[in-house]
Design a protein around this ligand. Sequence first.
Ligand code: 13P
Length: 238
Amino acid sequence: MGRTRWVAGNWKMHGSRQANRALLDELVPGVSQLRGVECVVCVPFPYLGEVAGKLGGAPIAWGAQNVSEHAQGAYTGEVSAAMLAEFGCRYVIVGHSERRQLYGETDAQVAAKFAAVKAAGMTPILCVGETLQERDAGKTEEVVARQLGAVRFEEGVLAYEPVWAIGTGRNATPEQAQQVHAFLRRKVSPGTAIIYGGSVKPQNAGAIFAMPDVDGGLIGGASLVAKDFLDILKAAAK
Ligand code: 13P
């Protein structure tokens, strides 16, 4: 009687039509054999329609990596939540640290994006996480509490992604992840999925997912390699 686990792949700005097809050709049969794990792929905007078509009725949901906080208007280059929902998109990552750091997204913008995703009937995957400097200064809980508190969080997926663990090969230890997840758990409604992201690989996924407050993972680099992503999904299934 395990709880549902979540494993979401964040492809970031990677992929090509051919590479996406090859990846999904391996993922679909593999994921179809798994039970108890919700699999999501978060795909660059141009590929969403094609990926959705390719997934068809497969047990893999798809989502976007970003969205505008505005409903419509003169916002060149932006994509609204309603546009995504119109194509059947179910998930949207909001507040990823790369967007906060590289594009200056503020807590207020993240909150508005979260609300826009909810209003369009989709599920936001809200990312929170501290930098190494903030961790070393003992501010981890303060930072993630501020990032979460800025959002009217209800019925979403919460992802703890320590910035220092993203793309660095240096994952949080299972105990470090558990400590922050337990802290976050007290701030959200029961049943909220809290997933961990940051250098999750087949080798460390089992130990991280075994922690009582870790409900799965948000996977970057390893989600682009079918075998690795499937091995991570298997570590979450059972
Ligand atoms: P990596 O798994 O490549 O460290 O990326 C994690 C991440 O940012 C997922 O959103």
